[in-house]
Design a protein around this ligand. Structure first.
Ligand SMILES: Cc1cc2nc3c(=O)[nH]c(=O)nc-3n(C[C@H](O)[C@H](O)[C@H](O)COP(=O)(O)OP(=O)(O)OC[C@H]3O[C@@H](n4cnc5c(N)ncnc54)[C@H](O)[C@@H]3O)c2cc1C
Length: 427
């Protein structure tokens, strides 16, 4: 069996490990347009800030490819898939045949329409090379006042790294607050204050309209006509699943590539996993892209098992983000805002911490935890196992909430789940 994987990141590594669990013999070829072994994309901002060394960025040991007998072709961009012939096309190379193909191509950054941007230097913040180029510019003392377009997760990670390097950072965001895809307004303001204390400036409800050419000093013009000076423009305005390879193929796609419970597309021998695929969201009860690292690995692993012939169904997943800025922690999971009107929202807000729980029919659908991380494991378990919380849901708001606040039967259940003592104890 010939397995070909396009992309070399979380989903791809998962797929290699899935395939090798079942098939020790087949050939595996991984094609990557990037020139690095698989690295942890979530760490690139920490690399830029000098908190992680390059050798600690890699997702697997250096002998990973050799041990798994993977032929890794780096710096090779796949430019087409000839599905009828069962081959992929790589520039300047003979077509590469496959029996099973995995699309693990992730997403690409979105460039909003900005007048004049094509004539200027700007940077994305998605790949290792992006941060290496930014690092180079900073080391050459060409940067004092970076401007970031977008206050989502990627923009905030970039802002933190640049502020840690002592630069004077401005963030321009179209929405009313930061981290709009994972936080509601009150906790977002709490995180924003932390970031402002570290010198980051935010401009909300504005967009960058124009990057005038050849100005000295350089700058941008916002939608209200205001000018902002900058010598480093970073675009972090969201990402879209990379669909360019499948545009011409007769397979279903919405925002991402449609897959079934085996991570298989409409074409029997082509699979998709990670940020490019619409996997099953157990909470929203629909197929959609859930762009998180552990989800990409899990889907890739599952795809690998299925590509190698071990039929294994995806039980689905949900969004779970655990991040922090300047040591201030944020954990969000599932649905974090009431959307359909039949949800119940419980909240506890203190000056430096915030907890929000969203229930539907007494089952926890999601939570936001800011400034505190303890007991997040219990909350995630309540979501995952669809536990009826009707008799104890108010207890979940108690600052010293612990497993002892749950009914005995549930505690036993949880213990049988093999949880560690730390997560059972009271604070
Ligand atoms: C700055 C940043 C911080 C993040 N932080 C977090 C975090 O804290 N927690 C979290 O859960 N998630 C985080 N994410 C999201 C997470 O990184 C993604 O969900 C995850 O990387 C998706 O993995 P993937 O394997 O699907 O695709 P990707 O990691 O996007 O990798 C796809 C690979 O395919 C390659 N490729 C694409 N097209 C081709 C082609 N035609 N030919 C050859 N190669 C191709 C790309 O170059 C890339 O190397 C972060 C993302 C970014 C950018």
């Amino acid at each position: 069996m010939k397995y070909v994987i396009v992309g070399n990141s979380a989903a791809s590594v998962g797929a290699v490990e899935g395939i090798r669990k079942v098939d020790p013999e087949g050939t595996i070829m991984v094609l990557s347009e990037e020139s690095y072994p698989a690295y942890s994309r979530p760490l690139i901002s920490y690399y830029l800030a000098g908190k992680v060394k390059e050798e600690d960025m890699y997702y697997r040991d250096p002998d990973f490819y050799e041990k798994n007998r993977v032929e890794l072709l780096m710096g090779k961009k796949v430019i087409g898939i000839a599905q009828k012939q069962g081959t992929v096309e790589v520039e300047g190379q003979q077509p590469i045949p496959y029996d099973r193909l995995l699309l693990a191509v992730g997403s690409s950054p979105y460039l909003p329409p900005i007048k004049g941007i094509d004539n200027q230097d700007y940077y994305f913040f998605n790949y290792f090379n992006d941060v290496k180029e930014i690092e180079h510019k900073i080391m050459n003392k060409q940067v004092t006042q970076p401007l970031i377009i977008g206050a989502g997760l990627v923009g905030m990670k970039a802002a933190e790294a640049l502020a840690l390097l002592g630069l004077s950072v401005t963030v321009v965001e179209l929405g009313p607050h930061i981290l709009g895809s994972i936080l509601s307004e009150a906790p977002a303001r709490m995180v924003q204050r932390r970031m402002e204390e570290k010198g980051i400036r935010f401009i909300f409800e504005k967009s960058v309209k124009e990057v005038p050419w050849g100005q000295d000093p350089q700058g941008v013009i916002l939608s209200d006509g205001q000018g902002v000076l900058t010598d480093l423009l970073i675009v972090a305005a969201g990402a879209r699943p990379r669909l360019e390879l499948v545009e011409e193929l007769p397979l279903g796609k919405n925002q991402g590539v449609k897959v079934n419970q085996y991570m298989q597309t409409d074409l029997e021998d082509i699979f998709a996993a990670g940020d490019v695929a619409e996997g099953w969201d157990t909470l929203q009860e629909e197929n959609r892209v859930i762009p998180i690292w552990p989800g990409a690995y899990r889907q890739g692993f599952l795809a690998g098992l299925n590509m190698a012939g071990l039929k294994t169904e995806d039980v689905g997943g949900f969004a779970l983000n655990s991040i922090g800025f300047f040591g201030f922690p944020i954990i969000t999971a599932g649905v974090f805002e009431a959307k359909e009107g039949n949800e119940e929202v419980l909240c506890r807000e203190k000056p430096n911490s915030f907890l929000q729980l969203v229930f539907r029919n007494n089952r926890l659908l999601g939570f936001i935890k800011v400034g505190e991380v303890d007991r997040a494991g219990i909350l995630t378990w309540l979501i995952k196992d669809r536990i009826d919380c009707s008799t104890f849901k108010e207890n979940l708001l108690k600052p010293d909430f612990c497993l002892l606040d749950l009914p005995l039967a549930l505690r036993r259940d949880r213990m049988r789940g093999g949880e560690n003592v730390e997560s059972i104890g009271c604070a």
